[in-house]
Design a protein around this ligand. Structure first.
Ligand SMILES: NC(=O)c1ccc[n+]([C@@H]2O[C@H](COP(=O)([O-])OP(=O)(O)OC[C@H]3O[C@@H](n4cnc5c(N)ncnc54)[C@H](OP(=O)(O)O)[C@@H]3O)[C@@H](O)[C@H]2O)c1
Length: 276
């Protein structure tokens, strides 16, 4: 399949690209710079220059795509204006380019952070979203707009915290883990299973349009276990969980509809498989 992918230089997009190429798909990667073009060429993808903030560059990039996988985003360190310009306006521009170029479907990488504060049970896809913060708010708005674009089949994949495959993401978030209670639980998903989810969504015949799927592994991990994995001991006085269902999303739908089964079901499994 000819797939156009945005965000191929990022943590998630680079690893999904590698796996798609390994499965024999052809990948065209939207890149903003010549150095990035070389980087994606080394992966085996074909670079196409463009920028989500320059809508006029996008139509030729997506031309002839059988599907667009949209990972590009601006969130770490972005101001509200920057986050909205890329994550919302850029996403809308990409969807318009897809419609104009006759691309049949788009898969959007979103986040389980759109659910916001803890609720009485794990968050389900049809629950109202309540994002707190600029980044999840821009993602939630983009989802809402995308799902109403006529002539384009859109699937939204809401990802838990992504890790593994040599990604330093867990370690980069150390200051964040250190501030949390050791017993608080976080939902993770390994890069291998993000790729699995997107591949399964691609294989979806399209009968169900506008589907949203939570994508996470099988067992929420405690912050204490994450700290231990990173070689730190949690502080003994910080042990009480803040809320049983905080940041936990229900994965029943993706299991039932796409037959998704995490190949790396827990952080422990990743540790034991040498897949961190
Ligand atoms: N990582 C996670 O734990 C996680 C969890 C939930 C959801 N997600 C979602 O997964 C996606 C990928 O996340 P990530 O962690 O891989 O992010 P990342 O490492 O920060 O990568 C962001 C990518 O977006 C590209 N980009 C930024 N602004 C752009 C623009 N104006 N035009 C074109 N491309 C642009 C960057 O390209 P340059 O190299 O040119 O800067 C880079 O390839 C995001 O949509 C995010 O919301 C990630």
């Amino acid at each position: 399949m000819r797939i156009v992918l945005t965000g191929a230089t990022g943590k998630v997009g680079s690893r999904v690209s590698r796996r798609l190429l390994g499965q024999g798909h052809s990948v065209v990667a939207l890149v903003r710079r010549d150095e990035a073009a070389q980087e994606v060429r080394r992966l085996g993808a074909e670079p196409a220059l463009g920028d989500l903030r320059q809508p006029e560059t996008l139509r030729s990039v997506v031309a002839r795509a059988e599907a667009v996988l949209h990972f590009a985003a601006f969130f770490r360190g972005a101001t509200e204006a920057e986050a909205r310009a890329v994550n919302l306006d850029g996403t809308v521009a990409l969807a318009r380019a897809c419609v104009a170029a006759g691309v049949p479907r788009l898969l959007f990488a979103s986040t389980t952070m759109v659910y916001g504060p803890p609720r009485e049970r794990p968050a389900r896809e049809d629950d109202p979203v309540a994002p707190t913060g600029v980044y999840p708010a821009s993602k939630a708005e983009a989802e809402h707009v995308l799902l109403a674009v006529p002539g384009l089949v859109v699937h939204v994949l809401r990802l838990a915290f992504v890790y593994g495959d040599g990604d330093s993401h867990l370690a980069e978030a150390l200051p964040f883990w250190r501030k949390m209670e050791a017993g608080e639980r976080i939902q993770l998903v390994h890069h291998a299973d993000v790729a699995q989810a997107f591949v399964r969504a691609l294989g979806e015949p399209g009968a169900r349009t506008g589907r949203i799927y939570n994508v996470a592994d099988d067992a929420p991990t405690t912050v204490g276990e994450i700290l231990q994995t990173l070689g730190e001991e949690p502080s003994p006085e910080a042990a009480a969980p803040a809320g049983a269902w905080g940041a936990i999303a229900d994965t029943t739908r993706i299991r039932a509809e796409l037959n998704f089964r995490p190949s790396i079901p827990t952080l422990w499994a990743a540790r034991e498989a040498g897949a961190l």
